[in-house]
Design a protein around this ligand. Sequence first.
Ligand code: NAP
Length: 328
Amino acid sequence: MADEPGSFRFSRVAIIGIGLIGSSVALALRAKGFEGPIAIGDRNGDALRVAAELELGTSYHTSAAKAVAGADLVMLCVPVGAMSATGRAIAPALAEGAIVTDTGSVKESVIEALTGVLPAHARVVAGHPIAGSEQSGPRAGYGTLFERRWSILTPTEGTDPEAVDIVADMWRRFGSEIELMDPKRHDLVLAITSHLPHLIAYNIVRTAYDMESVAESEVIKFSAGGFRDFTRIAASDPTMWRDVFLNNREAVLETLGRFSEDLASLQRAIRWGEGDLLYEVFERTRAIRMGIIDAGQDTAAPDFGRPRSHTDGAPEDGAARSVNGERG
Ligand code: NAP
């Protein structure tokens, strides 16, 4: 359990990568009473300017090394493919015994990248908040993003248990529940629950737009159905998701293989008119959806609680932010 409000177990924070997740961490820290300095590092000058305008931190740096100087907690919120370079950049500037944690959506490759480049005195605690959305950049962040969400930490044999406690305490203060998981297991679980769904969404949207027989305007006009939810997911950040697939290749390919076999069985059932099989599968998947709602991971409201417009049932706020957040 978290201690009394405000008493985080670190005193100087550096956040590298001030996008959706980094900005949400900064906002959550302040919302939960962290009063120490928050140094923000990002290679993107525009993102830094926005962060300064929103007063997300106390100092702003294009040099990650300058940002981490003196910090006892360093949060790496850059895309997974940038972890190694970021680790290398901060390595010489890290304070003795600093905790270096991350929010990357893949864990084995990040642990390998960080432990390979960081000095032995740095205490690495790999993590992944299961929260977010298809939006990116510092304006997309919000301080309640992690509330009632899981935050997965993936300590390995060499991980300092005290550092794990300190990072877990931070996420609990943000309102998250903690799950400790083996990194390989994390990557396999997320491959099926998050990475594959994104791949399917990217592909279905691509296919729909590439189909010569379906005019683009019709795809947009009639996208009030299930397709629209795919377009929301397929609008997710291209850099982040390219890196996820390249860094979780084996687990994604393994789940994709299973998926393709199951899809082929549905294809066969349609071809041969096997209605019972289709019904049985759809009944089972509906029960899974009910389980997700019962677990408080989504809303049971029709159309994910989107307000109805009188014209076509499309959300009045356009592509609404996901109810359940990221699946990164
Ligand atoms: P984001 O909104 O795209 O922000 C990433 C920021 O990091 C950008 O400002 C980017 O700058 C910057 N950056 C990239 N490479 C850098 C480098 N080498 N040095 C310094 N800054 C660098 O990304 P995000 O959605 O917050 O995701 C951050 C991390 O959290 C990723 O590892 C992702 O897998 C993970 N995650 C994401 C979600 C989600 O829903 N989005 C959820 C959970 C976890 P540029 O604009 O110049 O590239």
